[in-house]
Write a protein that binds this ligand. Structure first.
Ligand code: CP
Ligand code: NVA
Length: 312
């Protein structure tokens, strides 16, 4: 039972019970860290490789600290040294790492790379962001809302922006946890159909409402949490100017917030492109959860590693 020994490539890889168990453990780790109380070290003697094909601040720092604080040893690898899929075939890198470490955390361009690594490594593979999903982010985000709301079922989260990796994982985890999820994107930037279908299938059991729309104003009318992400993700820099035009109506600003209920929280996975998808005023507001989300990456990933590697 539980997620011990399992890969975590998609937010749909965990069920509601497993997600809530992660939140409970993350809460405990958070309290212990704030109180400067030593906690158990379920990763004692375990080594975790972390491979980054793209830049990172939050994921890199929080995973490295997470492994360290749980008593394990992190090995950080960048694309320039490993040359995943270039200097060496993906399956060969996976088979090598598998001989040395107990888990592989990887941030990749193509999701398929993670799937291939998971196929060839017996060690669990954890998705630290791909072009399809960012499931560790979603766990930290829903943990952040669970801390505020307690029972998250039937609450309303609206994502306004690009229907890409972050939106995909949010859709799936919201569906699992019974959180109503609305995603508003410009035409042509909707979330992938396979993800929406999967989210709807999961939501049919949890009674969550999944709505995809091109109308940002309608989308925020019932929002209790309003989430956004950059318009041009890592790897899409060449499209940045076109995207600025296409997404102009989708900026999270004071004007858009006028259409949302009072008390709405604003969320962002960061990094933010201030003045594009979100204004300074909104990102820096007291109702912005961005910094809490960033902190919670650490606690949530500690819980994830402890469950996958330690079986706590
Ligand atoms: N939110 C997030 O994953 O940030 P980084 O890209 O800095 O890791
Ligand atoms: N969608 C963004 C998320 C960064 C954490 C990207 O892929 O660059």
């Amino acid at each position: 039972m539980g997620i011990k020994g399992r890969d975590f490539l998609s937010a749909a890889d965990i069920n509601a019970e497993e997600a809530l168990a992660l939140f409970e453990l993350a809460k405990r780790y958070k309290e212990q860290r704030h109180a400067k109380i030593e906690h158990d070290e379920p990763l004692k003697g375990k080594k975790v490789a972390m491979l980054f094909q793209k830049p990172s601040l939050r994921t890199r720092v929080t995973f490295e600290l997470a492994v360290h604080e749980l008593g394990g040893y992190p090995v950080i690898l960048t694309q320039s040294e490993v040359g995943l899929g270039q200097r060496e075939a993906v399956k060969d890198v996976a088979r090598n790492l598998d001989r040395w470490v107990d888990a592989i955390v990887a941030r990749v361009f193509e999701h398929e790379t993670l799937v291939e690594m998971a196929e060839w490594a017996k060690a669990p593979v954890i998705n630290a962001l791909s072009d399809l999903e960012h499931p560790c982010q979603a766990v930290a985000d829903l943990f952040t809302l669970w801390e505020i709301w307690g029972d998250v079922r039937n609450r309303n989260l609206t994502f306004v922006g690009d229907g890409f990796n972050v939106a995909h994982s949010l859709l799936l985890l919201c569906a699992t946890l019974g959180v109503n999820c609305t995603v508003a994107t410009p035409k042509g930037y909707e979330p992938k159909e396979a993800i929406v279908l999967k989210a709807k299938e999961i939501a049919s059991k949890s009674n969550a409402q999944i709505v995809i729309t091109n109308d940002p104003i309608e989308a925020v009318r019932n929002a209790e949490a309003l989430y956004t992400d950059v318009w041009a993700s890592m790897g899409q820099e060449a499209e940045a100017e076109k995207r600025k035009r296409d997404f102009a109506r989708f900026q999270v600003n004071t004007q858009l917030l006028k259409h949302a209920p009072s008390g709405v929280f604003v969320m962002h996975c960061l990094p933010a492109h201030r003045g594009e998808e979100i204004t300074d005023e909104v990102l820096d507001a007291t109702f912005s959860l961005a910094w809490e989300q960033a902190e919670n990456r650490l606690h949530a990933q500690k819980a994830l590693l402890a469950k996958i590697l330690g079986g706590d």
